[in-house]
Design a protein around this ligand. Structure first.
Ligand SMILES: [Zn+2]
Length: 201
């Protein structure tokens, strides 16, 4: 890990630990207890983005060269983790997105376990009971900053991978085939997901 980012993260972790007891965050979380997660502030996340912008961009490191092509299902059944309702999808790209939901869930869980940012996966639009008017189901992320500011961007699995890389203090993120891809070219995307404007030359 880059030493500068490591120090920045340590400082953030220490300040998070200090104030963690005072707040009752993370009501939605089943695995991270309320006392253990104090979310980062917008400013702290902006600092991470700026650090990536300033540091030299690391080389792309190729991961696994061969991987089996997975068949994409034609229909998929979605079980809502909130209400338990089953919704069956058969048309368009939705089965593909559903196929990725497990990956998205575990990536988000990984971010939650870092205790840095209060992030949860918003799958509402996939459930016919929770969102009866939903036309095109999409994964969204709910990000709650320290001051209670919430952003709810539409995301794909790649976006979540990038966010995971950022929040673990890396200058790269791990792609689906274990390559290490630099974060720097994706700063604008990351900023817009998080609702943070940063200067990238
Ligand atoms: Zn539901």
């Amino acid at each position: 890990m880059n030493p500068f980012l490591l120090i920045l993260l340590l400082v953030l972790a220490l300040s998070a630990a200090g104030a963690a007891g005072a707040r009752g965050l993370a009501r939605r979380s089943r695995t991270v207890t309320a006392a253990s997660l104090k979310s980062m502030s917008v400013r702290e996340v902006a600092h991470l983005l700026e650090a990536v912008a300033k540091e030299p961009e690391p080389e792309y490191v190729m991961g696994a060269m061969c991987y089996a092509a997975m068949p994409i299902p034609e229909i998929a059944e979605y079980v809502c983790p909130v209400c338990g309702e089953k919704t069956v999808y058969g048309a368009g790209g939705t089965p593909y997105i559903l196929w990725q939901i497990d990956t998205a869930r575990s990536l988000v869980e990984g971010i939650r376990l870092t205790g840095t940012l209060d992030v949860s996966l918003d799958e509402t639009s996939f459930c016919s009971a929770c969102a009866p008017d939903s036309v095109e189901p999409r994964l969204r992320l709910t990000v709650t900053f320290e001051d209670g500011t919430v952003v709810n961007p539409e995301v794909d699995v790649e976006d979540i991978r990038m966010l995971a890389g950022l929040l673990t203090g890396q200058l790269y993120y791990e792609t689906s085939n274990d390559s290490q891809s630099p974060l720097r070219p994706n700063l604008e995307r990351l900023g817009s997901l998080l609702g943070i404007e940063i200067d990238v030359e």
